[in-house]
Design a binder for this molecule. Structure first.
Ligand code: ATP
Ligand code: MN
Length: 433
């Protein structure tokens, strides 16, 4: 029987013989003894001591089985336990040219991502990512929302044509889905509140630290909701998930040197209207580039990365920005009945400068309004007839939101580059490994 390393680092095991197996994380050969750091498949490590003659041929990342006795020795790294090895099984002697080491460049770590995911840092991130997905799902199960699985091959665009991946589809064409929203909207008529977790694809042509060309998208949609209801759902979902994740993954956050006090007491989320956001930015003398030269930001401009950063960098809690001008939001956003220029939409901006993590709001449920907006945006109506049917046959007030999993992780991990939050990032310049 083989133990997990995390189990044997325990005073009950002192003096006991155990078998463990894993990979050689580090090795230091001295005259009499060799000191290995063994890493198991959960990413935990323990020091192994062997007489040096036994370890002559051992290399970094070789997979081995160890039998030995557990000792407490305060000189041992990572908790003061070590195994004094007797037997040694070798599963595979790793080639000596293992390409990664302590000082490997960021580019090389991406090139060898299939090996770099073995680093302890990446293991910790992957565990946090897994817990995050688990608690998000738990929230929906607990609150009685149905999980659905939308199609990925689609014909309709949700977020505009410029970021669509187009592909051959038999004798025709299709797109990779940018968002499951339209399909979620179709399903609320028979399931009520629904949600999905699926990849979305965006052919983002700009290289930024917060865009991937494939990201994991959590989307939710419900009939009969108000904008206030939707904000409440997001606040509850995100705050309870974050609080559960930092509890469950305390050790991982500690290893990554993340100050989790910055993730505590994040409710209530604050709120401002888009107009207030613009006024605030103008007071801070924020400028945008317009036709090649800078000018003060104006009502009607999009909030880009830098604007969102300025709005959130001194906030400890996430901020909802509501009531956007319709012309900078997609065709399906519901018009504010009190102000025809604005839509009942809200983006959620993460604190400490991290910026947008969700977008959502009420959807236009009126057939004439929706058709008019689609025509203005030049959408080919034959591809959307099915979607318009949802407004022809028993339309209801409804709304929802989309949350980028990697964006949420980027904030709670306090990491600049979104590529760090996902094992195999897809960007304009990388599709392999
Ligand atoms: P942004 O303005 O930041 O480019 P967006 O407004 O185009 O994002 P939405 O269409 O609103 O994005 O998508 C919903 C959510 O999905 C966003 O709030 C964000 O969390 C996430 N998201 C969108 N595009 C990407 C991307 N390229 N990479 C990672 N996450 C993304
Ligand atoms: Mn958005």
């Amino acid at each position: 029987m083989y133990f997990r390393i995390s189990d044997i680092k325990n005073s009950d095991f002192i003096g006991k013989e155990v078998s463990i197996r894993g990979w050689i994380h580090r090795i230091r050969k001295q005259k009499e003894n060799s000191f290995l750091l063994l890493r198991d498949e959960r990413g935990d490590v323990i020091q192994i001591v062997y007489p040096s003659f036994k370890t002559d041929n051992l290399t970094i990342e070789s997979s081995i089985g160890v039998k030995g006795v557990v000792h407490k020795d305060k000189r041992a790294p990572e908790g003061g336990y070590e195994v004094r090895g007797s037997d040694l099984d070798i599963y595979n002697l790793s080639q000596i040219d293992y390409p990664l080491g302590e000082y490997t460049s960021i580019d090389l770590l991406l090139e060898y991502r299939h090996l770099a995911i073995r680093t302890r840092r990446m293991t910790m991130i992957s565990k946090i990512r897994s817990s995050l997905l688990r608690y998000l799902r738990d929230w929906f199960v607990y609150n009685d929302w149905f999980e659905i699985t939308p199609p990925i091959l689609v014909r309709s665009s949700v977020e505009g044509g410029s970021t669509l991946f187009k592909l051959n589809y038999f004798n025709d064409f299709a797109f990779l889905s940018q968002s499951a929203q339209l399909y979620l909207e179709a399903m609320i008529f028979s399931l009520g509140p629904v949600w999905s977790l699926s990849p979305s694809f965006r052919a983002e042509k700009s290289r930024t630290v917060r865009h991937l060309s494939e990201f994991l998208h959590l989307e939710a949609e419900s009939p009969w909701v108000t904008l206030a209801d939707l904000l409440k759902v997001q606040e509850d979902l995100i705050s309870s998930t974050v609080s559960n994740v930092i509890k469950e993954r305390k050790n991982e956050f500690e290893f990554l040197r993340i100050d989790t006090s910055k993730l505590e007491n994040i409710t209530p989320f604050s709120r401002m209207t888009y107009r207030e956001a613009i006024d605030l930015l103008r007071n801070k003398d924020f400028k945008v580039v317009y036709k090649g030269s800078p000018r003060p930001i104006e009502y009607g401009d999009d909030l880009g990365i830098d604007a969102e950063k300025l709005l959130t960098e001194n906030s400890h809690v996430p901020i909802f920005v509501t009531n956007y001008p319709l012309k900078i939001k997609p065709f399906y956003v519901k018009v504010d009945p009190n102000n025809e220029e604005e839509g009942l939409a809200a983006d959620l901006l993460a604190p400490y400068g991290f910026g947008e993590i969700t977008s959502g709001g009420l959807r236009e449920s009126n057939l004439q309004q929706l058709t008019k907006r689609m025509m203005l945006e030049g959408l080919v109506s034959s591809d959307y007839e099915w979607y318009l049917d949802l407004r022809r046959y028993g339309s209801v007030p409804h709304g929802g939101f989309g949350l980028g999993i990697e964006r949420l992780l980027r904030w709670i991990l306090f990491m600049t580059d979104i590529k760090d939050t996902v094992p195999f990032p897809r960007t304009m310049s990388r599709i392999n490994p």
